[in-house]
Design a protein around this ligand. Structure first.
Ligand code: EPU
Length: 348
């Protein structure tokens, strides 16, 4: 028999969500191993059940009536090496994602450096398909190892089965959501230099086109993120609040024409080719154009250096204040550009 480490009722979640919403859950259960999770009397838990990682990509909209499960399965190990310099690394779902990035960089293993400093834990990274600076979790994943809660059966998903897309995966589909708890992931890293420098200003932050180590790239990414994003130690947020919308080319051209009429013929609308006649437009650009950058509304605000991020400006923001600001932004973007912004942050 394994003993479940922590079971608490009416638990205060304010230290468990990076937005720092002062909400409670009916029950909080924390486990340290897959075996402990297997021992859990799942049927007896208050419903619904929410698997929580670092709580860095969600907004609690009020008290949670059910059970919050948090795994602390740790451990990072080299599982296998391939003759071509590939290194398969297994990491527990409860490992802090950036600790994994630091671990890899310190060993000269390429792959994770562009994902440095993203808040959250490994298990949630596999569900959200976290991404930054041209690299997504799914690009590196080989397997996601899970436990099916209802049957307690172990199930390994190969990366092809995970249906990874932009901030999307199999695990977010309604028919799958909540069924599996991630225990660990297997990532394919490499010893051969493989810098990904195409995104934005990585090259200039790095000062070279030919970094010698993943640690060098990691340092540059950390510098870029620190300059733009709120320090989680000072300011509550959940990172990017909205997804970057993907729109048809014709709609993009209409936005471009509108912008040129407003700002002059040289004005450019930032965008990325999303394939199949589709274009991705940074939501940050639209939010800035609408004058929201740095806007404060009660205890909530739009981050002054990166308007895709909504923040708990005073530490005392209620969920309603964040949601009111979210609604204002969605309505304004819809009115001006005819685009319906979708939250990236999950509302619980
Ligand atoms: N922009 C502005 N004004 C600003 C900031 C940005 O107009 O104040 C425009 C610029 O054109 C800029 C573009 O937006 O080039 C993109 O900005 P940035 O590189 O900061 O990235 P993002 O598209 O706003 C996405 C991710 C971030 C990730 C960065 C870097 C999403 C929802 N967000 O943001 O992820 O760090 O790219 O790869 O895709 C997160 O998910 O929490 C997150 C921080």
């Amino acid at each position: 028999m394994y003993e479940v480490v922590t079971v608490k009722d009416n638990f205060d979640l304010s230290g468990r969500n990076t937005f720092r919403m002062k909400v409670r859950c009916a029950r909080f259960v924390e486990y340290d191993s897959a075996e402990e999770l297997e021992e859990l009397d799942f049927g007896a838990l208050p419903r619904p059940v929410l698997a929580l990682g670092g709580g860095s990509n969600l907004l609690f909209t009020g008290d949670f009536p059910g059970t919050v499960l948090h795994g602390r399965i740790g451990g990072i190990r080299v599982a296998a090496e391939t003759p071509d310099g590939g290194v398969l690394v297994e990491a527990g779902a409860g490992v802090v994602f950036d600790d994994l990035c630091a671990w890899a960089a310190a060993r000269g293993l390429w792959g994770l450096e562009n994902l440095s400093l993203i808040p959250g834990e490994v298990g949630a990274a596999a569900v959200q398909n976290i991404g930054a600076y041209g690299v997504e979790f799914g690009d590196l994943a080989a397997e996601v190892r899970c436990l099916e809660l209802a049957t307690r059966a172990r199930r390994t998903f190969r990366v092809e089965e995970c249906a990874y897309g932009y901030r999307d995966s199999l695990f977010k589909r309604p028919e799958v959501k909540g069924r599996f708890i991630v225990l660990s992931v297997l990532l394919r890293l490499g010893r051969a230099a493989d810098p990904r420098l195409r995104y934005g200003n990585i090259r200039s932050a790095l000062g070279t086109d030919a970094p010698e180590s993943p640690a060098q790239v990691r340092d540059a990414i950390i510098e870029i993120r620190r300059a733009k994003l709120p320090d989680p130690a000072d300011t509550g947020s959940a990172g990017s609040f909205f997804k970057n919308p993907v729109i048809p080319q014709a709609q993009f051209e209409a936005i471009e024409a509108l912008t040129r009429a407003e700002l002059g013929e040289d004005a450019a609308v930032p965008h990325y080719d999303a394939g199949e006649g589709q274009v991705k437009v940074p939501a940050a650009w639209m939010i800035e154009r609408l004058g929201f950058k740095g806007l404060r509304a009660g205890n909530a605000a739009v981050w002054e250096k990166q308007p895709l991020v909504l923040v708990n400006a005073t530490g005392a923001a209620a969920p309603e204040e964040i949601i009111a600001l979210e609604s204002r932004i969605i309505a304004a973007v819809w009115e001006k550009y005819g685009i319906e912004l979708r939250p990236e942050v999950e509302h619980i």
